[in-house]
Design a protein. Structure first.
Length: 316
């Protein structure tokens, strides 16, 4: 199994290390950062030289031989990653991506999803986006847990993250250290995005469990302030409503003072509550999910796939 990495930042470097441990063949990587271009991938990830390097363009990386799969990790936003995915598809390459908005693109980007699906089928390949969240903690896991219920009235999912343990890029993304005014300005300018994926998780759950809804929405990031009025974290909520009644509530909270915990509470018949102490780690779990998805992904029918194509057991 030969893999190319599209984007060679932190996530794909972690995946590359684990891929080598699992005896996958790294065929190359693509990245636009000048300091990475032409460098040996093995050296970048702290291993011995592999004899394969980082290229600036996909066409350079696949010039001599095409890989079996592209693992794509460049951005959370589909309007940014769309052309990158299309480039792979037009070269008849199947793709597993970490792009959060591609995990379930049919709510935010129905037109783009339709165009992408058309191009994917035209080239007889597969595309899937998946990760720890969205893709697992706040959607796939509760969907699977729903299997034991006879009736569902309400679903509440909370992901609580200790931001002090996260890499600096994550801390910047949630505005750690800013004043409230600086935070709000950064949110309005989209320099701070917080967590991306609540809408996608709501879409996955409602589709899997055949839930009717009138509205799906998520709030803007809400700052958590310290005593000296500096941002120490954020909260974001996602809701699914039907006939003005809340059916699903998602709560994402990341703060320097939080404990890492994931909680799923499904009210119905019976009621169940599952709490994961210590939480499910972000980057490491995403890397494992990507690698564990490869074999079942390659057995799927061609097209724009979602995690629901891999997850068949749930409430119905």
């Amino acid at each position: 199994m030969k893999i190319i990495f599209y984007g060679f930042g932190e996530i794909n470097r972690i995946i590359a290390k684990k891929a080598l441990e699992r005896n996958y063949t790294i065929h190359g990587a693509i990245d636009i950062k000048p300091e990475l271009i032409n460098k040996d991938i093995g050296e970048i990830i702290g291993k011995e030289k592999l004899g394969v390097k980082v290229h600036k363009k996909l066409e350079e990386a696949i010039k001599e031989e095409k890989p079996d799969l592209v693992i794509h990790a460049t951005s959370s936003f589909l309007n940014i990653t769309y052309n990158q995915i299309i480039e792979c598809v037009k070269n008849k390459l199947s793709v597993i991506s970490t792009c959060e908005e591609l995990v379930y693109p049919f709510i935010k980007y129905p037109s783009l999803a339709k165009e992408l699906e058309k191009e994917i089928k035209k080239n007889n390949v597969r595309v899937l986006a998946i990760g720890v969240n969205p893709g697992f903690v706040m959607d796939s896991l509760p969907i699977f847990l729903s299997t034991v219920l006879n009736r569902i009235e309400h679903i509440y999912i909370k992901r609580s993250i200790n931001a002090s343990k996260r890499r600096q890029s994550f801390r910047n993304k949630i505005g750690i250290g800013l004043t409230k005014d600086e935070f709000e300005e950064s949110v309005n300018m989209k320099r701070i995005t917080g967590h991306v994926g609540l809408t996608e998780s709501l879409g996955l759950i409602s589709t899997a469990l055949a839930m009717n809804y009138d509205e799906i929405y998520e709030t803007k990031p809400i700052p958590i302030l310290s005593k000296n009025k500096r941002v120490v974290g954020i909260k974001i909520y996602g809701k699914l409503l039907y006939k003005s009644k809340e059916v699903i509530l998602l709560e994402f909270i990341a703060s320097e003072k939080n404990r890492d915990t994931d909680t799923i509470k499904i009210t119905g018949e019976p009621n169940i509550t599952v709490s994961i102490r210590g939480g499910i780690p972000g980057d490491d779990a995403t890397a494992n999910i990507i690698l564990n998805s490869i074999k079942p992904f390659l057995n799927l029918q061609e097209g724009l796939r979602t995690v629901l194509d891999l997850l068949k057991l749930h409430y119905s």
